[in-house]
Design a protein around this ligand. Sequence first.
Ligand SMILES: Cc1cc2nc3c(=O)[nH]c(=O)nc-3n(C[C@H](O)[C@H](O)[C@H](O)COP(=O)(O)OP(=O)(O)OC[C@H]3O[C@@H](n4cnc5c(N)ncnc54)[C@H](O)[C@@H]3O)c2cc1C
Length: 447
Amino acid sequence: MSRPLRVAIVGAGPAGVYAADILTKSDVDAQIDLFEKLPAPYGLVRYGVAPDHPRIKGIVGALQKVLDRPSVRFFGNVEYGVDIKLDDLRQFYDAVIFSTGASADRALDIPGIDLPGSHGAADFVSWYDGHPDVPRTWPLEASSVAVLGVGNVALDVARILAKTADELLVTEIPQNVYEGLKSSPVTDVHVFGRRGPAQAKFTPLELRELDHSPNVEVIVHAEGIEFDEASMVAIRTNKQVEMIVKTLQEWAIRDVGTRPRRLHLHFLEAPVEVLGSDHVTGLRTETQELTGDGNVRGTGVFTDWDVQAVYRAVGYLSTHLTDIPFDHVSGTIPHLAGRVLDLDEVPVPGVYTTGWIKRGPIGLIGHTKGDALETITSLLEDAAALPLATSPSPDAVVEFLTQRGVPFVTNEGWSRLDAHEIALGAAHGRERVKVVSREEMTAVSNG
Ligand SMILES: Cc1cc2nc3c(=O)[nH]c(=O)nc-3n(C[C@H](O)[C@H](O)[C@H](O)COP(=O)(O)OP(=O)(O)OC[C@H]3O[C@@H](n4cnc5c(N)ncnc54)[C@H](O)[C@@H]3O)c2cc1C
């Protein structure tokens, strides 16, 4: 081709940015435009990773270097399906990669789950991470709270609920989040896992971090520390499981200290009903027993827990994108090595996918690198046969968005917002303070 390959990436989370990274480092001369519905890039690294995980936020530095490359442009505040559609993108690009991730809560079908006071973890995470599209206030009125699920997100939610606002003030939490958490009367956070300790989905590091707060006593309830044959095999063969189980066993037998708030870990307790008539007043669980293969069955023994709020952290869910095939069962875009497949399972020419929308909402940031590598490898294999853009000039898409009145944010705009947030933080000895409202974000970006 006599001109550079033109590639659009929709979704500027880590998966999209890693795809841009790998493509710019390949032998192919490519121009990449990243479209992102929010005025800021980085997806769940900015709006999912807990604020007290600054180490992970360090990944942002590496992602920013990719955005800084001359062949990569950022178009923030542009929502695929609303501001721009597949047919539009096909005019301007030879290939389009969808990396829109996952941002909604998976449902949990138990009675009472829709009562006021019962929340999805994703909504709470969006609130404490200052997502522009969620309300600024969060009802933190409960003294006892239940968190359902034993993955990393459940532990994030439990930790943020249990820690004091002042402990979190050193992080980049926005002022409204600090004030919300400061008013919380919480004393006890109960985390419930349906299966046993060897089946927990969190990582050893995330588990141990729970114990680092000077204000939170972590209590493992010994009744649920049980193992069947499958658990013993998992402990023997999987280092992570071994570490998790060792930590939980140590915590289950230690003396309970006097820190003012308590975070309880309960295993083999399946939530069966959220109790209450017009607001959550409790949670009913059924004690489970392991069946030998790592699965569980109910014992018919029920317990009612006195909690006034319930957070379900049972997984994230991706959203169906306009004009793009979607598997509603797995919540992913059907694909073959990153090539999007139509209903007849035939690759749609020039359309690719990567990240959580491709693989499902599991795995860490680093895992999206492997995803991106597979997708870009497929794209480069197809390069000679891609359906060529009819308006390949880099200016054409800028004109399109301008004519439509889309107030998009550019690389320079994002740099301005980034610098502004860092300056806001520096004024208080903090690394950054996030700007929350979309209007303010775009206003700062536009100088
Ligand atoms: C609560 C939580 C905490 C986590 N903590 C950690 C952690 O500590 N460490 C770790 O390694 N991993 C962590 N993860 C996992 C990590 O966040 C994911 O592996 C990773 O973000 C997935 O990347 P992605 O790019 O596929 O999706 P996302 O990060 O979700 O990025 C997708 C992007 O697409 C954009 N988008 C969506 N729809 C559209 C549209 N229509 N038009 C334009 N743009 C769109 C979104 O705004 C978003 O910016 C956490 C995940 C969650 C949910």
